[in-house]
Design a protein around this ligand. Structure first.
Ligand SMILES: O=c1[nH]c(=O)c2ncn([C@@H]3O[C@H](COP(=O)(O)OP(=O)(O)OP(=O)(O)O)[C@@H](O)[C@H]3O)c2[nH]1
Ligand SMILES: [Mg+2]
Length: 193
């Protein structure tokens, strides 16, 4: 009988249990995703800058290889805002407020995205892996179990993220796309060892 090989471990530093759940669902067959729960400070800047700083800090805390992730939601009519600041907009005005923000605009287009950062340890550079999905902002539809899922309808689908089965969201989402790039990178790195 062949001995099952153990999956390699990834330490994901995040304070967001829904992100963790999705990353486990997406990468769980290939990696043991271990959470280090910590709400990392977030600087003002581009999503790349935010992710790099989060990842550097995470590597210092864990003192070893880590991943972090930063999510954004950008409205086309607002040149990509709120972007990385979506968390504060969502917390202040909720899904209904996000929908109403575009009331004065014809263009309801939006991009949902996230960037994973990987860092091998303190002092090492941060590698970035980005995933994006184009969609539209709609009146909140579906259960509000994860952030702004009820207002984001990806192009080519009839349902918002919130209405989709988890399996469907996790096979098409911004997080899925970024995770696949991260996985390819980690696999290539492992092959080179
Ligand atoms: O509807 C959603 N579908 C998603 O797929 C999704 N991913 C993240 N979010 C929310 O968008 C903000 C990002 O902020 P964020 O990246 O700084 O996350 P966070 O602070 O919660 O966790 P972390 O920084 O500790 O990892 C936070 O409000 C998250 O809850 C999502 N909402
Ligand atoms: Mg955060």
């Amino acid at each position: 009988m062949s001995k099952e090989t153990e999956n390699p471990t990834i330490v994901f530093v995040t304070g967001n249990k829904m992100k963790l759940r999705e990353v486990k669902a997406i990468l769980g067959n290939e990696y043991e995703v271990v959470n280090h729960k910590y709400d990392l400070p977030e600087i003002q800047g581009s999503t790349d800058e935010v992710t790099i700083e989060k990842c550097r800090t995470a590597a210092e805390i864990v003192k070893g290889p880590v991943i972090v992730e930063d999510t954004w939601l950008g409205f086309n009519a607002m040149n990509g805002l709120p972007g990385a600041y979506i968390k504060w907009f969502y917390q202040s005005i909720g899904c209904e407020g996000l929908y109403k923000m575009l009331a004065g605009f014809e263009d309801k287009g939006a991009v949902a995205g996230c960037t994973f950062g990987y860092c091998e340890g303190p002092g090492h550079p941060v590698q970035l892996f980005r995933g994006e999905v184009d969609g539209t902002i709609v009146s909140p539809t579906g259960e509000e179990t994860f952030g702004w899922n009820p207002v984001f309808k990806p192009n080519g689908f009839e349902q918002t993220y919130a209405e989709m089965d988890d399996d469907v969201k996790n096979s098409i989402s911004h997080r899925y796309k970024a995770c696949m790039k991260l996985r390819d990178f980690l696999q290539e790195k492992a092959r080179q060892k």
